[in-house]
Design a protein around this ligand. Structure first.
Ligand code: FAD
Ligand code: A2P
Length: 415
């Protein structure tokens, strides 16, 4: 096996964007290898293209799969340019002699981070409640700006050293410490993942959540009650350990089609999966990692929050809108500042009613997906708004909605 110093040589001379080709033998063909899209060759050698900044992670994964790295070559070297850092030149040149396309190595193997996830490859329940992964908190940042209501945090966990992988739209479980009122260990609570599969640092080893601290007045005593798990998460400090399970959920996945129309209806922390979608669609670092997903369709986010300082991820959302005005539309429903046509609080369903004709038209296209995430309470109002436009067009909304569900184009996760 090549040692770290071989990688160190690369690290000193190469930039993070360079690609390297690993020749690996002894890789077990199993579910994980399948997921990573490693092309296992009959000769026994597997060739994997890895970006420089994923080299350590690739080594760990290969080791876990019982593989032995026999050479590492920068793709430039395979193309006959400078920069060969392999310590095993002989076997590397043998690689070229086996007749692979040296000018286009990506043809045999994609970087792991670009591996296209087939439907069967959706990771679920890698970590279960009886054996959770212990993640470390990297950061915990407030999302509510000054003057806003309540506490909502963006929390990033370190997943290094584990197997937890996930896709945009999935959730993870968090098990808070302590016992419940019956003296039993606290049960897990689910949280939608707010980061892309690559994580906020684009190194495939983090997961981020968007968590609001539950706070309410006890209906009988009037006392302020704080939710157990949300308070635990919102109070976490960098370095703290957290029990994490999952991932779970297949309901909110993003289609592969880069030309799709994606309508996203969110209230409050319901923004979490849509942040992951939008980052995957529009963030520069993400776009460079996902060569097979260069979004050029239309994404429309309708976002309901209480006040302007409660617009979670406001700056980044507005930056995306500015940069991609033809591909990203952003509509707010700011309940305590804007009024609906009847003079009451402006909720997301009022915005849906306002744009119902346009949404209805979009929904007629077979590659339009509609997603709803956040408060359960919004569902009826949204149904009502869309029922009205459907019946105006002579269609029964319930039937239409059922057909969209069946076609995997109607996605709901409310809590
Ligand atoms: P607990 O201590 O468990 O208290 C909750 C209980 O308090 C309720 O069951 C109810 O009995 C009581 N209660 C709550 N409100 C009131 C009230 N107004 N009046 C009287 N009693 C009340 N949350 C996020 O913040 N971000 C997310 O991204 C997110 N994603 C989710 C995804 C899914 C799929 C699901 C199912 C839930 C998600 N949640 C999310 C909610 C989350 O799982 C927890 O339910 C939430 O954090 C509260 O948990 P807790 O432990 O803090 O509250
Ligand atoms: P409001 O609290 O002003 O009544 P949160 O961040 O607390 O999850 O709330 C997100 C937004 O969802 C807030 O603007 C809240 O409005 C709004 N909201 C509350 N109830 C409903 C409902 N039944 N339908 C749609 N939006 C709602």
């Amino acid at each position: 096996m090549l040692n770290q110093s071989a990688l160190g040589a690369a690290a000193n001379t190469e930039s993070g964007s360079r690609l390297f080709r690993y020749e690996v033998v002894g890789l077990r063909q199993n579910a994980e290898a399948d997921k990573a899209s490693y092309p296992i060759r009959r000769s026994g050698s597997t060739f994997i293209t890895v970006p420089y900044d994923r080299m350590n992670e690739a080594m760990q994964r290969i080791t876990r799969l019982g593989g032995k790295i026999v050479s590492i070559q920068p793709i430039d070297a395979l193309n006959g340019r400078n920069g060969n850092v392999s310590t095993e030149q002989k076997s590397s040149s043998a690689t070229l002699e086996t007749g692979q396309s040296a000018t286009n190595p990506g043809k045999e193997s994609k970087p792991m981070t670009q591996a296209k996830e087939a439907k069967a490859d959706i990771p679920v329940n890698i970590y279960r409640p009886n054996a959770p992964f212990i993640a470390k908190v990297i950061s915990n940042e407030p999302l509510v700006q000054e003057g806003g209501i309540g506490i909502c945090q963006h929390v990033k966990f370190d997943l290094a050293g584990g197997d937890l992988r996930y896709l945009e739209g999935q959730s993870i479980g968090v098990i808070p410490p302590g016992t419940d009122k019956n003296g039993k260990p606290e049960k897990l609570r689910l949280y939608s993942i707010a980061s892309t599969r690559h994580g906020d640092d684009l190194n495939d080893t983090t997961v981020s959540l968007c968590v609001r601290q539950l706070e309410y007045k006890h209906p009988e005593t009037g006392e302020t009650v704080y939710g157990v798990c949300s308070t635990h998460i919102c109070n976490l400090q960098p370095g703290d350990e957290v029990k994490v399970t999952g991932p779970t959920g297949k309901e909110m996945l993003l289609p592969d089609d880069p030309d799709a129309t994606i309508i996203m209806l969110a209230t409050g922390t319901g923004i979490a999966p849509f942040r992951a979608f939008l980052w995957r669609m529009f963030k520069d670092g993400e776009r460079s990692l996902n060569s097979d997903y260069q979004f050029k369709g239309l994404a429309w986010l309708v976002f309901g929050v209480a006040t302007t300082p409660n617009v979670l991820y406001k700056q980044e959302l507005e930056e995306i809108q500015e940069k991609y005005p033809d591909n990203f539309r952003l509509t707010y429903a700011i309940s305590r500042e804007q009024k609906n046509p009847e003079g009451g609080r402006m909720y997301i369903q009022h915005r849906v009613a306002e744009h119902a004709e346009e949404m209805w038209e979009m929904m007629q296209k077979p590659n339009t997906h509609t997603y709803m995430c956040g408060l359960k309470g919004m569902e009826d109002g949204i149904d009502e708004a869309l029922s009205a436009v459907a019946s105006k067009n002579g269609v029964d909304w319930k039937e239409f909605q059922r057909a969209m569900k069946k076609a995997g184009r109607w996605h709901v996760e409310t809590y």
